[in-house]
Structures are given as structure tokens and as C-alpha cells.
Design a binder for this molecule. Structure first.
Ligand SMILES: NC(=O)c1ccc[n+]([C@@H]2O[C@H](COP(=O)([O-])OP(=O)(O)OC[C@H]3O[C@@H](n4cnc5c(N)ncnc54)[C@H](O)[C@@H]3O)[C@@H](O)[C@H]2O)c1
Ligand SMILES: O=C(O)C(=O)C[C@@H](O)[C@H](O)[C@H](O)COP(=O)(O)O
Ligand SMILES: [Zn+2]
Length: 361
């Protein structure tokens, strides 16, 4: 088992990320080390419920916890404000108190909405993340960003609220669809781009999902370690943490413009990383050839690199304006100086003037 400890000096929060094949068989044992209450509400989606929730419920009940499972529809459409009242009511009907626990069992959608519900129910109740997608295991379950989407923009309502514990079982990745697996690879590739040339090179040597899975423990640990270091240095996203948003200014705009139906988060980020790199390269902010290297790697891992309809690029501008990194008229965009090195670049909307061609001038 690999254990990473996230320590946040600002408010003395500290929690462990445990990565181990088969750890899902011992949830009650791991939970009992950090939680002494009686009731546990599990929030999951229909797909994950059928695959994994039933045995976890059995295990927790056998350990004498009183368990209630709340099952939401799968997909990004669930990560909205409208899903919250049902969640809060289910917690209240179950009689969940501040000494009880919520478990988020699922991908990033379940982790984000459940974490937000946990942050606000009774003004804050403890929760545990059990991420079941690659994306959630390398990114969304770590670092405490929780929230929901609005039609106006992605993650526009949320909080920083850290879990008590994160349990990562790489075995559950076997049941992901190829598309969901590729979504996670978009964030893995992002880590290589922003911080780790060695990771980028290793990913170039892996061309199939099977090959990636042969190195999955190392990949998850490497990504989580990068995120751990960044989050510890800048928990509230005021500086260095913004590099984790590489590709997201456009990615989030893409998701919102298509009403969270056409492109997944991973796909949006993949297309966003390419477009921003093209623009930055044309402005000599990024080393020549970087975008081509990125495109090759993304395609190798079955990710899109362009919008299907290039005429839609300029339509993203209204959403770019609403990006959370924009403060008092100044836009922060994340650019790579080269692979492995990202910086926060202060600019204005004119940075995106060549967006009508996806960044190609
Ligand atoms: N909080 C953060 O720091 C952070 C970071 C990155 C992404 N996110 C958010 O995460 C979300 C995307 O997460 P995602 O890609 O995990 O999507 P998701 O949660 O929608 O999961 C994708 C699909 O996989 C299914 N699934 C989950 N686990 C499975 C398993 N083990 N086997 C088979 N099917 C499984 C789900 O039912 C769903 O249909 C976005 O909303 C994004 O904004 C948040
Ligand atoms: O943890 C972070 O910080 C990130 O930016 C990670 C991103 O991959 C993630 O998609 C996050 O939810 C984006 O946050 P937002 O603040 O841009 O909504
Ligand atoms: Zn992301």
C-alpha cells in the first residue's frame, strides 16, 4: 500500500490517501481508523451502485454501522444545484448528525457533488472519498475542491472542503469504459505537461490501456504526489495551484457551451490544452513543437484534440470571461514554457483573438 498524507498548515487539516489494489474489500476497517460515529450515508451513481456499492454496504453493516445508500443518475448532468435538495433531504430523513459520516463512492461527479453536500449539510459533516474512475483517483478526490455546475459555467458554486480519508483501489478501473478511462488519461497527461517531463516520456512509451494498467499504481501515486505538493503550497488556489487548471479555461468553456452533454471533462481538457498551447506557441510563450508533442500523446491515449466543429471556438469566449481565475478584468491563463513547466500568465481577453481557428493563426 502507498500512503500519502496531505497536510494543510493553514487550518491544521491532515488526511491520508491510501492507494492499494483490493482496498475496497476493507472499507469498514479503514473507515473505523478515522471515524467513531454510527451512521454512514453512501452517495453513489447507478453504475457504481451495481458494480461496487452492494459489497461495501455489506462490509460496513457487518461492522455494525447503520448504512443508507443514495443512488444518483450517472453523468455530468447530475452535478447540478437541482440534485442537492434530494441529497440534503435523504441525509435529514436518515437522521445524519454532525458526528456521522458521508462516503462519496464514484467518479468525479459523485465526489464533487457529495463533497459539496457534505460541506454544507449541518454546516459541515465529515466525508470520505472512494474514487472509482481514473480521473477521480488521480485528481478530483484529492485537494478538497468540491462543487456543482451552473448553466452559466462550470463549478461556479463550490467550496474547499477536504475529506477525512481517500481510499484508492486501482482494480476498479478494470470496469471503466474506454472513454471514461481516456478521460482520466487527459488529467494524467496534464500532470506530465505542467510538472513532470519524465511522466510525459513514460506515457509516450505506453500505447494501450493494457500497458497503462501495468503501471497504474506508479501513475496514480505520481499524479497524487504532484497534486499533494501543489495543494499543500496553495490550498485556496491563489497562485501556484492554478497550474492544475492547464487546459481548463477552454475545457470548462467547452463543457458549458455544449450544456455538459457533448464533451466530457477529460475531452474538454484535452482540447483545451491543445488550443491554449497553440495560442501560447504562436506568441512565443511556449517552445516551438510543444503543441505537436502534446497532440501526439493525447491521440495515442484516444483523446480528441480539436472541436468537431471549429466554427464553435469563438462561441466559447463568453464562458472564458466567467472563468474563476479571472479577477478584476485580468485573465490568468496557464501556459507551458515547455513540457514539464507551467506558468500562470496574466493577460486579457485579446489573448484569445486567434481562437476562431482553435489557435492556428
Ligand atoms: N474536484 C476536483 O479537483 C476535480 C478534478 C478533476 C475533475 N473534476 C470533476 O470530475 C468530473 C468528471 O469526473 P469523471 O470523469 O470521473 O466522471 P463521472 O463521475 O461522470 O464518471 C464517468 C462514468 O464512469 C462511471 N463509473 C465510475 N466508476 C466506474 C467504474 N469503476 N467502472 C465502471 N464505470 C464507472 C460513472 O457511472 C460515469 O458514468 C467533472 O465534473 C469534473 O469537473 C473535479
Ligand atoms: O484541483 C485543482 O485545483 C484543479 O484545478 C484540478 C482540475 O483538474 C479540476 O478540474 C478542478 O475541478 C477545476 O477547478 P476550478 O476551480 O477550475 O473549477
Ligand atoms: Zn480537471
Amino acid at each position: 500500500m502507498s500512503v500519502l498524507t496531505i497536510k494543510l498548515p493553514t487550518n491544521e487539516v491532515s488526511y491520508e490517501l491510501k492507494i492499494e489494489k483490493g482496498i475496497l474489500n476493507r472499507v469498514s476497517n479503514e473507515v473505523s481508523k478515522v471515524f467513531t460515529g454510527a451512521k454512514i450515508a453512501i452517495v453513489t451513481d447507478e453504475t457504481v451502485y451495481d458494480l461496487y456499492a452492494k459489497s461495501i454496504i455489506k462490509d460496513l453493516e457487518a461492522a455494525d454501522y447503520e448504512v443508507q445508500c443514495i443512488v444518483l443518475p450517472p453523468g455530468e448532468q447530475t452535478k447540478t444545484f437541482d440534485s442537492l435538495p434530494n441529497l440534503y433531504s435523504a441525509f435529514a430523513e436518515f437522521g445524519l448528525t454532525r458526528s456521522d459520516l458521508i462516503i462519496a463512492l464514484g467518479g468525479g461527479v459523485i465526489g464533487d457533488i457529495t463533497g459539496f453536500a457534505a460541506s454544507s449539510y449541518l454546516r459541515g459533516i465529515s466525508y470520505v472519498q472512494i474514487p472509482t474512475t481514473l480521473l477521480a483517483q488521480v485528481d478530483s478526490s484529492v485537494g478538497g475542491k468540491v462543487g456543482v455546475d451552473l448553466p452559466e459555467g462550470k463549478n461556479l458554486v463550490g467550496a474547499f472542503y477536504h475529506p477525512l480519508l481517500v481510499l484508492i483501489d486501482p482494480l476498479v478501473l478494470e470496469t471503466l469504459t474506454d472513454s471514461a478511462f481516456a478521460d482520466g488519461m487527459a488529467e494524467v497527461i496534464k500532470y506530465g505537461c505542467i510538472k513532470d517531463l519524465n511522466l510525459f516520456h513514460r506515457l509516450m512509451d505506453l500505447s494501450s490501456r493494457k500497458e497503462v494498467m501495468q503501471h497504474i499504481d506508479w501513475i496514480i501515486e505520481t499524479c497524487c504526489t504532484i497534486k499533494q505538493v501543489i495543494v499543500q503550497a496553495d490550498e485556496k488556489d491563489l497562485g501556484e495551484r492554478m497550474v492544475l487548471n492547464f487546459g481548463h479555461t477552454l475545457g470548462h468553456a467547452i463543457e458549458a457551451y455544449y450544456h455538459y452533454k457533448t464533451y466530457t471533462h477529460g475531452q474538454g481538457v484535452a482540447i483545451g490544452m491543445v488550443a491554449i498551447s497553440r495560442i501560447a506557441e504562436s506568441k512565443q510563450l511556449t517552445t516551438d513543437g510543444t503543441t505537436d508533442r502534446l497532440i501526439t500523446l493525447l491521440q495515442q491515449h484516444r483523446l480528441p484534440t480539436e472541436l468537431e466543429d471549429p466554427e464553435d471556438y469563438p462561441k466559447l469566449l463568453p464562458y472564458i470571461k466567467k472563468d474563476k481565475k479571472n479577477i478584476a478584468g485580468s485573465l490568468s491563463v496557464i501556459v507551458l514554457s515547455d513540457i514539464g513547466n507551467a506558468t500562470v500568465h496574466q493577460t486579457s481577453l485579446s489573448f484569445f483573438d486567434s481562437l476562431d481557428t482553435g489557435g492556428t493563426t
